[in-house]
Design a protein around this ligand. Sequence first.
Ligand code: EPZ
Length: 419
Amino acid sequence: MDKIRIKGGHPISGTIAISGAKNAALPLMAASLLAQGKTVLNLIPHLADIDSMILLFKDLGVDVERLNDQRLVIDCGHIRSYKADYDLVRKMRASILVLGPLVARFGQACVSLPGGCAIGARPVDLHIKGLQALGANIEIKDGYIYATTPKRLIGTKVALPLVSVGATENIMMAACLAEGTTVIENAAREPEIVDLACFLQKMGAEISGAGTSTLTIKGVPSLKPCQYQVMTDRIEAGTYMIAALITGGTLTLTNAPAQTLEALMTTLRQAGADISIHQHNLTIKPSKTLTGVDVMTEPYPGFPTDLQAQFMALMTVANGASMITETIFENRFMHVPELARMGANITIHGSSALVRGVNKLSGAPVMATDLRASVSLVLAGLVAKGETIVNRIYHLDRGYENLVEKLNRCGAVIDRIKN
Ligand code: EPZ
């Protein structure tokens, strides 16, 4: 398995172009199943998760072609299967997002239960209940979700008991082809939901309220394929902002979705960052000493859980203490013992971690466990004294396009060791 080797102590300065967003591209790909014909998605990043979704699409009989590196052409004209196999779904949980589109358009779908992952049990009960509310017959058998409907789904009101990005996306996509109107209450408000709604509207869907906690979808008989450019990745952008801050560099991010990063920017400014925005470019530099700031992860527009591990790496070398509380996933502190191996001072109390800043971290061999924990170890390695080896970096390949190259070009001493 490949590793990443980092020699710490080099400021991350320069310019990084932010890639298309993984967590927007995956639902957009799923939504393309709703229309007959060729959909063209632009700014699709080269990531392992996207490749997994392409493999799943080919299993379904969907033709997928990558053009000029960033464009994906998806032809749903000859779908011959409605089954998402366990081997694919367990590797990429977002495969569950094909459930709603398949049952809405074809009246049937057979999708493996995704199972858990490093950060939590990740149940999909809200996806299932939402589709049942729309009239789908659901049977769970041998680890698979069998969804069928003899006729069109029927619009209805779905009140989600907790905010779920994926459940909101699955129900919204299915509701587009239902008969009548669907209202989703307590819907997720993430920017990726707004991006998906914009794409669906371009396909002919009638959706209002995207970005608010009440989504209204008026079903239509069919949708048409279209061309669409995915939004850029706010989590990638936030990760590189922290890379600059933890190393004391000055970094400009181009094509950054700055308007979706308010919670992070507010927190980083409290910690001592100087952040300026010029149209789609965002520049961050250290303005004074880095101080500890408390953070609690929340659904959007709160502080993103997908930036919790990266922020914790930053706090390990801040002046003072920081209380970091994870409210979204039950096991998202897997990076803590690895950061501790590098000299970080972190105590976990239930869903909170108390981080006491230390003068320096020391490079060490560490183990990646999940996507965002992995990148927090890279961030710690960038500032640690000496050499850090991050093992199992296949986790990183799922969500960061050209991470080593982007950091190298900004002064990091980092390379990938092929094993
Ligand atoms: C999406 O996952 C993202 N993934 C995650 O990013 C992100 O952390 C998460 O939203 C929260 O923002 C993609 O978009 C592909 P949820 P999702 O449903 O949809 C519970 C990354 O690092 N829940 O909003 O799976 C669930 O257990 C990944 O890029 C149920 O109980 O997240 C969790 O505690 C990690 N039942 C909470 O809701 C359900 O049916 C929020 O999960 C669904 C979810």
